[in-house]
Design a protein around this ligand. Structure first.
Ligand code: HEC
Length: 155
């Protein structure tokens, strides 16, 4: 490898690691963990929404790939990001989560079930039923956000 390309590679690695440390707050690893989970959900759900709204052309294979990703990300055990004591910090998670953990868990379960059937329905490639289940899945995000997510950081 030429010296110049090695320098370029090292520069890239340095910039990647600083990008990572900007998002992962070392003093709040569990808050960062759960926010990373939801950020991945958001970044998978958003392009699906663009396709459902017709902002990008309908492509059943791409839609199904995103639905599959959403389903797999959903399975990640994000519950550990809500351990006791993590109500504090840079977070939009309302403290009522920790006093209503059963309800919060059931909203998370509803979302996971909706995402699982979205992945299954999307493999069939029918735009109408894919859209319908996409909207139903979005409803499970909203049900939890309405109750447990603040619009602004709380502390
Ligand atoms: C069971 C509850 C629940 C469900 C279901 C849920 N969310 Fe959230 N979401 C939250 C909470 C709580 C936060 C705030 C986390 C924090 O700031 O610590 C959040 C934060 C977010 C964020 C901000 C992440 C960041 O960068 O800080 C996005 C984006 C998001 N959710 C998208 C979604 C999408 C899209 C879905 C459905 C596909 C979804 N959420 C389903 C509870 C939920």
């Amino acid at each position: 490898m030429k010296y110049t390309s090695l320098v370029a590679l090292l520069a890239l690695l340095v910039s990647l690691s600083s990008a990572v440390s900007a998002h992962i707050e070392k003093t709040e690893p569990l808050q960062s963990l759960r926010q990373s989970y939801f950020a991945l959900l958001g970044m998978t759900f958003a392009p699906m929404g663009d396709m459902v709204k017709g902002k990008i052309e309908w492509d059943a294979a791409r839609f199904s790939g995103w639905a599959d990703d959403l389903h797999h990300v959903a399975q990640f055990h994000v519950e550990r990001g809500f351990a006791p004591g993590t109500e504090q910090g840079t977070t939009r998670a309302k403290p009522t989560i920790w006093s209503n953990m059963d309800d919060f868990q059931s909203k998370l379960d509803d979302f996971r079930a909706a995402a699982a059937s979205l992945a299954e329905i999307a493999t069939e490639g029918d735009p109408g039923s894919s859209r319908e289940q996409f909207v139903a899945t979005g409803g499970t995000c909203k049900a939890c956000h309405d109750e447990y997510k603040s619009k602004d950081y709380l502390y």
